[in-house]
Design a protein around this ligand. Structure first.
Ligand SMILES: Cc1cc2nc3c(=O)[nH]c(=O)nc-3n(C[C@H](O)[C@H](O)[C@H](O)COP(=O)(O)OP(=O)(O)OC[C@H]3O[C@@H](n4cnc5c(N)ncnc54)[C@H](O)[C@@H]3O)c2cc1C
Length: 411
């Protein structure tokens, strides 16, 4: 298995539990180097619809950073991003078609993660108190009502936020405040610990974890050869779950994975008091504040910058100021973190088996939902590897939907 982010770690545990001998490879400790380290910890059971939609096409300009929004499309990346953006526009016409395959993975996600964490003895990492979406300012009640109606259409449960929460919001930022409670979502107390728990349980049950750089994966008849910086291994099957860096590994197997790095940032507030014991999404500000073990973590931004480019200090500064305005302070100063969401242009993950004889499986492109979807994805991949019918229809998730022409890598 290539990649010990949350997706690879959950799959490693699941395959080991089913009796497969597993070797998990990553250049770093589990969930240390990729997006899985720094996410918001939100188990987003309400996010059933893929992002590209006709409505977003008409209104996305408002989300751009030049209009003080969270989306940054750097001009110098325009040419590199053009093919991805063209596919995004195409996918916007098909949100209705693309919702059921995503929803099938998302709806059971909190229950599936809870079951998996209980099995590895770390149920304590998951908190199931839902989350809140809140709006501030005179239009807050109307916006909350509109979002509640949209949720109802998707059969996502919401309730008005309790009066104590609204009062607490108003105490921090005077004015009108409205909120919704999503009872069926959840959050984790430390995203990296979730991945580490899966890997520890897998290793205890006989799997191996090796820290190395994977250079190449090649078909070898009905087997697969994995070349790392230290060795070449020929194995009975390989699973690629290397996040935003997965595409080059899949090319040799005829698959095109037009992944882009959709970067997000976080700041942590050590010892700061949460407003409530569940994540709070400040919808107007596009900031989610999650109570984690010993600190709050605030995440935001969708920055289409190159994976590995240095963080933009101005964005962190802007996030720091926004948090202060929202009433969050901490005595210690956190330097901030940036990470790359691995995102395909239709915002569906890619999960399946490569065409041809070589047993190459993949689980990539989990965009904003990798923590949410890791446990359900692991169940699907385990079924594919075991040659059983998976728990849901994986055909819409097959990467062959992007054709087999090899696009230049976008990260
Ligand atoms: C700011 C932010 C907030 C988010 N909030 C949430 C949230 O609240 N809820 C949610 O569900 N999701 C959230 N996400 C999305 C989620 O974090 C990602 O979808 C998820 O982490 C992707 O997991 P992954 O295992 O596919 O990739 P990664 O975590 O990126 O892991 C890939 C791994 O592959 C390894 N790797 C890659 N190439 C090689 C190589 N050649 N050799 C060896 N190792 C290699 C890397 O070292 C890395 O460990 C958020 C993301 C961000 C950035």
């Amino acid at each position: 298995m290539i990649g010990a982010g949350i997706v690879g770690s959950a799959i490693a545990w699941r395959l080991t539990r089913e009796g497969f001998p597993v070797l998990l490879l990553d250049r770093a400790e589990p969930a240390r180097a990729g997006a899985s380290f720094g996410n918001a910890g939100h188990i987003a059971c309400e996010q059933l619809e893929p992002l590209p939609s006709l409505r977003l096409l008409l209104t996305f300009w408002r989300e751009l950073s030049i209009f003080d929004g969270p989306v940054h499309l750097p001009l110098h990346r325009a040419a590199a991003l053009a093919p991805w953006l063209a596919r995004f526009v195409g996918a916007s016409m098909h949100q209705r078609r693309n919702t059921p395959p995503l929803a099938a993975l998302v709806r059971p996600a909190a229950d599936t993660l809870e079951r998996a964490l209980r099995e590895v003895g770390r149920a304590d990492l998951l908190v199931r108190r839902g989350h809140y979406a809140v709006w501030l300012g005179p239009t807050a009640p109307a916006r909350a009502a509109r979002v509640a109606r949209a949720a109802q259409r998707l059969q996502v449960r919401t309730e008005p936020a309790p009066a104590e929460l609204t009062r607490a919001l108003q105490a921090r930022s005077p004015g009108t405040a409205s909120g919704l409670w999503y009872p069926d979502s959840g959050h984790v107390l430390d995203p990296q610990s979730v991945a580490a728990a899966f890997v520890a349980a897998a290793v205890q049950a006989g799997a191996q974890f090796q820290q190395c750089e994977v250079r190449e994966i090649l078909p070898e008849g009905a087997r697969v050869t994995v070349r790392t910086d230290t060795q070449a291994l020929t194995v009975r099957a390989a699973v690629v779950c290397a996040g935003v860096q997965s595409a080059p590994f899949l090319r040799r197997f005829g698959l095109n994975a037009p992944l882009t790095a959709e970067r997000g940032y976080h700041l942590e507030l050590a010892g700061a008091l949460p407003l409530t014991g569940a994540p709070v999404l400040y919808a107007g500000e596009n900031i989610i504040v999650t109570p984690m073990r010993g600190r709050l973590r605030a995440t935001t931004y969708l920055e289409f910058e190159r994976h590995g480019a240095p963080p933009d200090a101005r964005k962190l500064q802007r996030l720091r100021r926004a948090l202060e305005r929202l009433g969050y302070t901490s005595e210690t100063r956190h330097e901030g973190w940036v990470g790359s969401r691995p995102t395909l242009p239709d915002y569906l993950p890619g999960i399946g088996r490569a065409p041809g004889a070589a047993p190459l499986y993949y689980a990539v492109g989990h965009q904003h939902l990798g923590l949410t979807l890791a446990a359900p994805t692991a169940e699907v991949v385990a079924a594919l590897v075991a040659n059983r019918a998976p728990p849901l229809d994986v055909r819409p998730l097959d990467l062959r939907r992007f054709g087999t022409r090899h696009a230049a890598s976008l990260w």
